[in-house]
Design a protein around this ligand. Structure first.
Ligand code: URA
Length: 217
């Protein structure tokens, strides 16, 4: 696996993965377990944020501490609808981040992304100081994530500042992203076997959006 795929597989994440994979898990338990994984992925993503040193006072003494640099901007870009599962955890962990939703759905015949919503501004100031985490639980064909990454690259955000955060990834999606952007870091809890003929990840979790929003028919 490429060094730009970071697999987070600590025991808590593995247990939560087991929960979301099981067909017997109901929607609420699915969401709770999925959020636990998103938290681990977000902490890993935050490793690329620049730090500054500060002096503060504890109740006992002065103390030199590290803080996230205050001249940067963090963008969380959930791909609607399933990418929303990351947002509550993201704004808890990174309260100054802004959430820029991206609405794309997958045409079930072509498996290509179709746009319907885009809150990414056409121009972004000081792009080298902007850090972007694009979230989608399932990195399947990679078509949707690729379009989302291009949105930010076209606004001059350095690729090293952009990360793809996915609960589960397929080798096909990873390959597509890295063919175009080898430096893009993909942070995921698992890399599964591959895709079936309908573009679903095997073994995966089924339709992540349907499972988290209780719309499995
Ligand atoms: N989207 C999903 O929700 N599940 C998959 O397996 C692939 C894409």
């Amino acid at each position: 696996m490429s060094q730009n795929v970071k697999i987070i597989n600590n025991p808590v994440v593995c247990k939560s993965l087991l929960t979301i994979r099981s067909k017997d898990t109901d929607s609420q338990c699915f969401r709770i377990a999925a959020r636990k994984i998103t938290r681990a992925l977000l902490y890993e993503a935050s490793k690329n944020l620049p730090m500054i040193e500060k002096t503060i006072e504890t109740p006992i003494a002065k103390c030199c501490v590290n803080d996230i640099a205050d001249d940067i901007k963090i963008i969380i870009s959930p791909i609607l609808r399933a990418g929303l599962i990351f947002t509550d955890e993201a704004i808890d962990i990174l309260p100054d981040a802004c959430i820029r939703h991206i609405g794309m759905f997958r045409d079930e015949e072509t498996l290509k992304p179709v746009w319907y919503y885009n809150k990414v501004p056409t121009e972004i100031l000081n792009p080298e100081k902007v850090y972007v985490y694009i979230t989608d639980p399932m990195l399947a064909t990679g078509n949707t994530m690729l379009e989302a990454v291009k949105l930010y690259v076209n606004r001059n955000i350095p690729i090293k500042n952009i990360k793809s955060l996915n609960l589960i990834s397929a080798p096909e999606g990873i390959e597509l992203l890295h063919r175009e952007f080898p430096e893009l870091e993909i942070i995921t809890a698992a890399v599964d076997e591959g895709l079936n003929e309908r573009g679903y990840i095997i073994p995966g979790v089924g339709d992540a959006g349907d499972r988290m929003f209780n719309t499995v028919e």
